[in-house]
Design a protein around this ligand. Structure first.
Ligand code: CA
Length: 233
């Protein structure tokens, strides 16, 4: 899952990136409003962690613009940020009226500094769960069950050993619930700007997942991409 961290304190930003990467997220950093707006136009993020006091403006301004964005649509040129992108405000402003204002402006959640990374991660998981329209904290497809909190995969109740990248590919495919995703769409969810991507990395991960979970669990739609057949198919 791809996270945009908008934070002007370099120490906090780099610390957040390291922590979130260790927990399997792809993380991109922006230190201001204008850079973040450009990033949101260029890429789709699964969530934004937004500081409010930024060098070139206030994070609330970015949030306001994001929520008013008409979105990508079919014809928007250049593309505009997705107004439904989940936003968690992460700020030192801890007064009740400030938290209320942030939430009323369109933030999905609000956490004050200093924060606990376990709580931040749990809130992020909740945000991603709601954004995907899931009610259950775990994802299930056929006999495969994925637990984003424990980062485990089970098949028929038995633990399956998958690498962190394989876990991420599986999570992205399961969140898509039967939709076909192109290789590029999967890559975008998995890699930040600065990550070096082997051209066939996704194919290799999918090959390994098929070996571990059974060949039929991930289907290829030739020339289009990959999908996990839902039970109804
Ligand atoms: Ca700040």
């Amino acid at each position: 899952m791809r996270i945009l961290v908008v934070e002007d304190d370099a120490g906090i930003a780099v610390g957040l990136r390291t922590t979130l990467q260790q927990r399997g997220y792809a993380v991109d950093l922006c230190d201001g409003v204008s850079g973040a707006w450009s990033a949101l136009r260029a890429e789709r993020f699964d969530a934004v962690l937004l500081d409010l006091g930024l060098a070139d403006g206030d994070g609330s301004e970015l949030l306001r613009r994001l929520r008013l964005s008409p979105g990508a649509g079919d014809t928007a040129q250049p593309p505009l940020p997705d107004p439904a992108t989940p936003v968690l405000i992460l700020t030192a402003r801890d007064q009740v009226h400030q938290r209320v204002a942030g939430l009323d402006l369109g933030a999905d959640d609000y956490l004050t500094k200093p924060f606990d990374v376990d709580e931040l991660d749990a809130r992020l998981r909740a945000l991603l769960r709601r954004a995907a329209g899931r009610t259950s904290p775990t994802l299930r497809q056929g006999d495969i069950e994925l637990d984003p909190a424990a980062r485990t995969v089970r098949q028929g109740g038995k633990l399956v050993d998958v690498s962190p990248r394989e876990f991420s590919v599986l999570l992205v495919l399961m969140e898509a619930r039967g939709r076909v995703l192109s290789r590029q769409q999967i890559e975008e969810r998995l890699y930040s700007w600065d990550a070096a991507i082997e051209s066939n990395a996704i194919e290799v991960h999918i090959h390994h997942l098929r070996r571990k979970l059974g060949g039929a669990c991930i289907q290829t739609m030739r020339g289009v991409g990959y999908f996990m057949p839902t039970e109804a198919r």
